[in-house]
Ligand binder design. Sequence first.
Ligand code: FPP
Length: 254
Amino acid sequence: MGNQSHLIETIGPDLHVAAIMDGNGRWATSRGLERTAGHAAGEDAITAIVTAAERYRVAELSLFAFSTENWNRPVAEVEFLMRFNGRLIDRHGQDYHDRNIRVRYLGEREAIPDDVRRKIGWIEELTGANSGLKLNFAFNHGGRAELATAVRSIVREAPDPSDITESTIQAHLQFSDIPDVDLLIRTSGEYRISNFMLWRLAYAELVFLDVYWPDFRDEHLAEALRIYETRTRRFGEISPEPHLAIAAAVGDQG
Ligand code: FPP
């Protein structure tokens, strides 16, 4: 799998990695199991990516745990996902805090069952001042819904339309300090964004991995980071700035 210590040395200090945790259902049905067993098996993959993100000194990690469109899945699966995500907080919340991880939930709260919403409030409060990995769960999140909420909030302030800039929109997002995504990983061999963090994905590098989410481990994050290192990010400009990590790796100061 190549030299992973190289990654630890070269990943920049501000990297925001996001992941669409796809393939749980197919992982389960290929084993003759209920789809929900695939979600349950995805818990170990979350543990793995969080630990790997700390190891490779990723600054911010955002995981897509439930979309605004996922309410259209069978009721039993929706109920499972709500309860399951609440139990993830029970099982890992204190450990995240002990590891200095700051946890946030990105998404509309109102439709979430009360007990799960309370757990979200608890973990955000407990870990809010932590300075280690910034871990965001996108839960009842939709990129379009997030923008619509921001627009409603701007309109309530009745600004002069000519004063509305991109910064205005950023400032009215639920968490205005969550930065743009640098690297988006989607597992399971599907090549879609599926309404995930649309605003912040504007210039993300996209990496699609042929692994079902429950099988995702440290080496898959390492693989995605290695692919990311080979990309040249131009942000619409003509002359490419060498990627910071590559420049550091080859000792290029120019
Ligand atoms: C994209 O796929 C959206 C997601 C993958 C977010 C929902 C994630 C889960 C239900 C799994 C969560 C896993 C754990 C372990 C908590 P989509 O199927 O909603 O969109 P698509 O129809 O475009 O593929």
